[in-house]
Design a protein around this ligand. Structure first.
Ligand code: GTP
Ligand code: MG
Ligand code: ZN
Length: 305
């Protein structure tokens, strides 16, 4: 029996990194259940697992206790969600304003979700080389907005710049890398770790939505203490079971002032009197785009974007 780290899952097979530095192909034996997770097959990338190596193909017999996990709501709203990754130190969202366009609604949903799992967030604005003056200005403003609420922001061009900035973000951590298809996740990884050789796809000019190149979440060791998880391009990000109060708590700038609302923690900042959040928006202290996205999460029937 060994203890290993799940690097990759295809649904039926798992690649597990053993203490010997070797990668073992494994299956799950029997039924593994984790407390609080409904899934019948909850083994995720980033999980530490016990593996029985007696046979040709190893058997995963248990999942060790998780530090955290990040859940993704399935695209079809069946109430089903799956664990995208476990034991992550930070979530890095790669964003592009064009080719493809990432909406602020998508960014805010992703941040709320990561916040709900207590996972610190980083936004990386990529494809700087493709921005005109207006685009540069736009990125600058967004970086100010998100830095202001405690999210670290960087602007780079994965194709053209040296990758020291990225190394500084990743060093000694486990980082989940997410974003729409075509924003350059795999390109970034190839640049900082050429040995990984991730498939890079062309963004189709027709829809500028990108083609799906990365199919499964996959973890790579950059060095002994630095790991990254490349994930397939995500079109929309659903929120898993949250009520209005919880959602507003995951907006740090709203959490900060909510106790000054007349109704305190019961205020959901929609049409209550003497609401500190609404006051802060009027005073320009909370960005209108953030509030609008909050409202669409709270009031929208369709919680995906
Ligand atoms: N101009 C420019 N192109 C870039 C940059 N970064 C990536 N690209 C291009 O964007 C396209 C998509 O890049 P990928 O790295 O495959 O994107 P991905 O995020 O991994 O996409 P999925 O695997 O589908 O989720 C490729 O043609 C890259 O060469 C950049 O900084 N500038
Ligand atoms: Mg990719
Ligand atoms: Zn309020």
């Amino acid at each position: 029996m060994i203890e290993g780290l799940v690097l990759r899952s295809t649904g039926s097979f798992y690649e597990v990194l053993g203490p010997d530095g070797k990668i073992h192909t494994c299956r799950v034996r029997g039924k593994i259940r984790l407390e609080g997770i409904k899934e019948t097959n909850p083994v995720a990338v980033g999980d530490r697992v016990s593996v029985d190596l007696e046979h040709n193909i190893g058997s995963i017999t248990a999942i060790l206790e998780r530090k955290n996990h990040i859940l993704r709501q399935s695209v079809k709203k069946t109430g089903h969600s799956h664990v995208l990754a476990a034991n992550v130190d930070q979530a890095l969202l790669v964003v592009t304003l064009t080719f493809p366009r990432t909406s602020l609604g998508f960014i805010d949903r992703f941040l709320v979700s990561a916040e709900s799992f207590r996972i610190p967030q980083v936004i990386l604005f990529n494809k700087k080389d493709m921005l005109d003056e207006e685009g540069k200005q736009n990125v600058q403003e967004l970086m100010e907005l998100y830095t202001g609420i405690g999210v670290a922001c960087f602007s780079i061009s994965a194709l053209h710049e040296d990758q020291d900035v990225l190394w500084d973000i990743l060093r000694d951590k486990v980082t989940l890398i997410a974003g729409h298809s075509g924003v350059g996740k795999s390109t970034l990884l190839n640049k900082i770790a050429p040995h990984i050789k991730q498939t890079v796809g062309d963004v189709s000019d027709f829809s500028s939505k990108g083609t799906h190149t990365t199919t499964f979440a996959e973890m790579f060791a950059l060095d002994e203490k630095t790991y990254v998880i490349d994930t397939p391009g995500i079109k929309e990000w659903g929120l898993v079971d949250m009520n209005a109060q919880e959602i507003s708590d995951y907006f740090p700038e709203m959490r900060e002032v909510r106790l000054e609302c007349k109704f305190g923690a019961r205020c959901i900042h929609v049409n209550e009197p003497q609401c500190a959040v609404v006051d802060a928006i009027r005073a320009g202290e909370i960005a209108l785009s953030r509030y609008e996205n909050y409202l669409s999460m709270v009031l929208g029937q369709d919680n995906r974007r």
